[in-house]
Design a protein around this ligand. Sequence first.
Ligand SMILES: O=C(CO)[C@@H](O)[C@@H](O)COP(=O)(O)O
Length: 232
Amino acid sequence: MSILTMPAVREAVDALRVSVADLHAELTRNSLVVWTAGNVSARVPGEELLVIKPSGVTYDQLTADVMVVTDFEGRLVEGSHAPSSDTAAAGYVYAHLPEVGGVVHTHSTYATAWCARREPIPCVLTMMADEFGGDIPIGPFAMIGDDSIGRGLVQTLAGTRSKAVLMGGHGPFTVGPDARAAVKTAVMLEDVARTVHVASQLGNPWRLDQADIDRLYDRYQNVYGQKGTPTS
Ligand SMILES: O=C(CO)[C@@H](O)[C@@H](O)COP(=O)(O)O
């Protein structure tokens, strides 16, 4: 009997099919992707399963029923399309970081430009301290298609508070407690990548003092917004 026939799992997967499909519209709405180059995935809570978009299918075709369900190695469990190229990478992250419920990959222009330069984005703005808790790190170059990117992500995330990694020579990946939070981080990442790039054309941006970064991060994570309502 497939795990997907269990009512609670079925309900969770069906809800995630809808939300993951809808979140892909945020990637295009925020100009974070071109053509089919980017994806959102979500962990199925309590199961070694994830929901992700199929590979190479255009965003206007991404409905709930087109989403695919795979295991953490990227093997198809439910769906009629081949999963995204980044499925095993996302699966590796879910397998190794239990607090992560969503993974997003884009090729947003400014963040990807920092990936091409293989240079971390220095923490020079309050919004960076708030959302990323410091510099946004560079991850290694890794091949697309297997879990290599996932390994690079897990290794890089271990040394930072940032929920975004700039994979060298490739593009940004973000993680979050759920897929919506990871999409929000991808949007914030592109905004700060652009602003810090512009600032760098004008001179040397000043890195914030570490004590200020720590205080800003703590305030944004614990005080900002409405009690009990996630900022994403
Ligand atoms: O980064 C790349 C290609 O450079 C891929 O991950 C990206 O195009 C996503 O492809 P999928 O359509 O999700 O397989």
